[in-house]
Design a binder for this molecule. Sequence first.
Ligand code: KDG
Ligand code: MG
Length: 402
Amino acid sequence: MKITNANVNITSPGRNFVTLKVETDEGIYGLGDGTLNGRELAVASYLSDHLIPCLIGRDPFQTEDIWQYFYRGAYWRRGPVTMAAIGAIDMALWDIKGKAFNTPLYNLLGGKSREGVMVYAHANGKDIDHALEDVAKHKEMGYKAIRVQSGVPGISSTYGVPKGPGRYEPAERGLPSEYEWATEPYLHHVPKLFARAREEFGDDLHLLHDCHHRLTPIEAGRLGKELEPFHLFWIEDPTPAELQDGFRVIREHTTTPIAVGEVFNSIWDAHDLIRNQWIDYLRMTITHGGGITALKKAADFAALYHVRTGFHGATDLSPVCMAAALHVDTAIHNFGIQEHMPHSDETDVVFPHHYMFKDGFMFPGNAPGLGVDLDEKLAAKYPYQRAYLPVNRKLDGALTDW
Ligand code: KDG
Ligand code: MG
């Protein structure tokens, strides 16, 4: 089999997505997600201008060699744009392989290690009462694990909480908006949120929280320690992770489990975190981590150190990435949990898919390959719209991590 053509589709059914379609001389095609929130056009150009010309004519079954060709062969390694582009190609090639063998992707990755993939939902609210109402709603929908974020008194905007009515979506159309941040009120508030959550929902529900890179290691240690009585499933991204050594400090102060990695694009971003057992869950995902080939190896490496997976699954990863994540989750032994932030109805019809949610679990379905398609005609009705993630400032105006 030979790759005869590949093209990049950019569509915005509610939010922007970059999808790679790779075609072969046997009429089989594969899809890959290359969406990088707020930087979509850079990945599209990297694919169209630099990678696709080198892809034509290759054997799509050679996933390992093609991955190495684009990773090592570029000389300029890593980085989110490069790795999202490699991730899109790799995903599309595995989709082709599954279709060619007429089997769902998980069968090519070791087969089913579990029947269903436990997912966690997002609950949020402008204050504790509203956040807990949203938890109750998601519990009613069947979720066994729920991430809880709430507005913080004294701060006008908080990560994970919509500013007005409607769903929470990280990127906003137009130029970046500015959010406000203050650590002390946040640190006072979060233990109160989870004390109430445990009081109202008991011990059985898994509760999670995303600090979204805003604390120093010692602040994160304090938060983790104060949350211990409420036994969270994890706190996520407690501190920016460029300094992997920072997680040693957190670990020395708390037994609350730590999840990190949604901004990682290579196993080298997590190497020290894993081999020192400073984290419990690896949050990388298929698109930004360089594809199925790379994530399968990262998961296997993590397994040696008792680290489980908790792949990123925000709405900025397209249904193509969601499907890929669910196949990997189904196959690997050290799966932990999968994030599930449902896409809008508009997005779901542009990307018809076989995966489904039932009673707190998701299932990749049994269609060959990834089991996702792209309705190109419908996609064309939603042209790209400029959108950015917000930036964040402390109350004195200094720029800080969002
Ligand atoms: O594009 C940024 C989002 O993916 C991120 O803010 C979502 O933190 C996130 C999460 O845990 O889903
Ligand atoms: Mg996060």
